[in-house]
Design a protein around this ligand. Structure first.
Ligand code: GLU
Length: 436
């Protein structure tokens, strides 16, 4: 799928069309529908609403990489800053064959919303490269990352736009971003990126932060809805950083995780899975789908298995109008960004399923990214206990605010979360006014 040095008739539009066809809906269109629905419900100033319908800056870069076999391959990458009214832009970098401009635009918009919901002094951004990192060597990934960083260095920086990990990027990738950016400056600049290794200014607790946030919102939901979390069977889709840590933290708190999956397939045991053993298995094998101490489930039926709580923690549009009618969960906690299509959202709402939206449910990651950045800027590092306590305060506070709006305004939790975020964004836009 990557653009080669040999000229080819413009491959990019084909890719976008394929990607849109493969999904229930285009992510950017879905994001704008969500914005409109909440904007109308709260009567947001038209000026603020219109501003949020556009990304502030969109940078497309071509990233030439010398491959191990000597060929040069040119990849397409993006860095999009959606909004910076409340502070520097913030958001991850994703490496995936299905990255598209509209996907990165939607993800940058959701970062603006997420940072506003949990009240971090940030705007939203996102980056991505169309590539298949599973087919690339470590050296190729390093050269890809370094050249991409150099190309986007004209708009990133600790006061401007701070990248972080996302799908298929990790601490090592962030270390290369930090090193490349620092090389151009001539001194170390840890604050340019978060999700770094501890040794170069990373934060304790960052790796587990998104999963921990998922746990905190689920625990608060159980308290508000009056059910016993330890008796509610949980299914987690996706076993990357978010899914594996969320499943593990649920299990550590005595909850019953009955299903986990990765791209290879699902594992299911109604009596509860041994997460400790599965995590250990994951460390030494390519896919948890080959683990033989639980029942195997095909990936297309996995989300429809019996459970009370479903945590989609993989990619966008996992829950669509095609499978939403068959979902058995009572509560959906969105560990991924945009895992529920808008059509599916309506179906779930009509069925009485409560969806805790991505911009609240997975905000633990960017919250500890914020802590990492604050620590880097002060060159003073906090204990893990302090980090987790502050994370809990922020996530529980945001959950309470959103849940109260959901009850008071009689809207679903996604609309309520948008209303909380949009109130802050609307005020910031109005107070700042317009230049010139
Ligand atoms: N990629 C994560 C997200 O979607 C983290 C972003 C960050 O830490 O800046 O929230």
């Amino acid at each position: 799928m990557d653009t080669k040095t040999t000229p080819k008739p413009s491959p990019a539009p084909v890719k976008v069309a394929e990607h849109m066809e493969a999904h229930d809906g285009n992510p950017w269109r879905q994001a704008m529908e969500q914005l409109d629905r909440a904007g109308r419900a709260m009567k947001l100033e038209p000026f603020a609403l219109e501003r949020l319908r556009h990304c502030k800056r969109i940078l497309t870069v071509s990233v030439p990489v010398k491959m191990d076999d000597g060929r040069v391959e040119v990849f397409e990458g993006y860095r999009i800053q959606h909004n910076m009214d409340r502070g520097p832009a913030k958001g991850g970098i994703r490496y995936h064959p299905q990255v598209s401009l509209d996907e990165v635009k939607a993800l940058s918009f959701w970062m603006t919303m997420k940072c506003a919901v949990v009240n971090l002094p940030y705007g939203g951004a996102k980056g991505g490269i169309i590539c298949d990192p599973k087919k690339m060597s470590k050296g190729e990934l390093e050269r890809l990352t370094r050249r991409y960083t150099a190309e986007i260095s004209i708009i990133i920086g600790p006061d401007k736009d701070i990248p972080a990990p996302d799908v298929n990027t990790n601490e090592q990738v962030m270390a290369w971003v930090m090193d490349t950016y620092s090389m151009t400056l001539g001194y170390s600049c840890p604050g340019v990126v978060t999700g770094k290794p501890l040794e170069i200014g990373g934060s304790l607790g960052r790796r587990e932060a998104t999963g921990r946030g998922v746990f905190y919102v689920t625990r608060e939901l159980a308290a508000r809805r009056g059910f016993d979390l330890r008796k509610a069977p949980i299914i987690v889709q996706g076993f990357g950083n978010v899914g594996s840590n969320a499943a593990n933290i649920f299990a550590e708190h005595g909850c019953k995780v009955v299903g986990v999956s990765d791209v290879g397939g699902g594992l299911y045991d109604p009596k509860g899975l041994d997460l400790h053993d599965i995590l250990h298995y994951r460390d030494t094998h390519d896919s948890i789908a080959d683990y033989d101490k639980a029942e195997h489930m095909p990936i297309d039926k996995f989300l429809e298995l019996p459970c009370d709580i479903l945590v989609p923690a993989a990619m966008e549009n996992a829950i669509t109008k095609a499978n939403a009618p068959r979902i058995q969960a009572k509560y959906i906690i969105e560990g991924a960004n945009g895992p529920t299509s808008n059509d599916a959202d309506h179906i779930l709402h009509d069925k009485g399923v409560v969806v805790v939206p991505d911009i609240l449910a997975n905000a633990g990651g960017v919250t500890v990214s914020y802590f990492e950045w604050v620590q880097d800027m002060q060159s003073y590092f906090w204990s893990e206990k302090e980090i987790n306590a502050r994370l809990q305060d922020i996530i529980v506070g945001a959950f309470t605010e959103v849940y109260d709006v959901h009850l008071k305004e009689k809207v679903d939790m996604r609309t309520a979360a948008f209303m909380v975020g949009l109130r802050r964004l609307g005020k910031a836009a109005t107070i700042r006014g317009m230049y010139p």
